[in-house]
Write a new protein. Structure first.
Length: 114
């Protein structure tokens, strides 16, 4: 067993965590990565970058749900979205992340909520 000290990671508080699939089978044209890259500015504009509504975002390589991408999951709500274009992301931000109501016509699966 190592005697070296390992520093414990720290993450700031957040209300929701977005997991965005940026794998090559989700979108071949790079749309998923572009979506992920745009989220910082979108969150800041909506007030989701700090405070009680803060949203954390992470890239994942594959959800094994490879149709209708970009695909995204909102945790702890367990809400899975497809066809997350820039315009649809604006609706998801306003209605779900700020307003608390999922955009039902873009939901392809609703898992157990925390």
């Amino acid at each position: 067993m190592s005697t070296e000290s390992v520093e414990k990671p720290k993450i700031g508080d957040y209300r929701r965590h977005l997991l965005v699939c940026t794998g090559p089978r989700c979108t071949q044209d790079g749309a998923a990565q572009a979506l992920f890259d745009s989220l910082g500015d979108k969150f800041k504009a909506a007030g989701l970058d700090k405070g009680d509504l803060r949203v954390k975002r992470s890239r994942v390589n594959c959800f094994a749900a490879c149709k209708g991408g970009p695909v995204m999951c909102v945790q702890p709500d367990g809400t899975w979205y497809y066809n997350v274009t820039s315009e649809n992301m604006e609706r998801i931000i306003a209605d779900h992340l700020v307003g608390g109501q999922p955009v039902q016509e873009l939901v392809f699966h609703q898992g157990p909520a925390a």
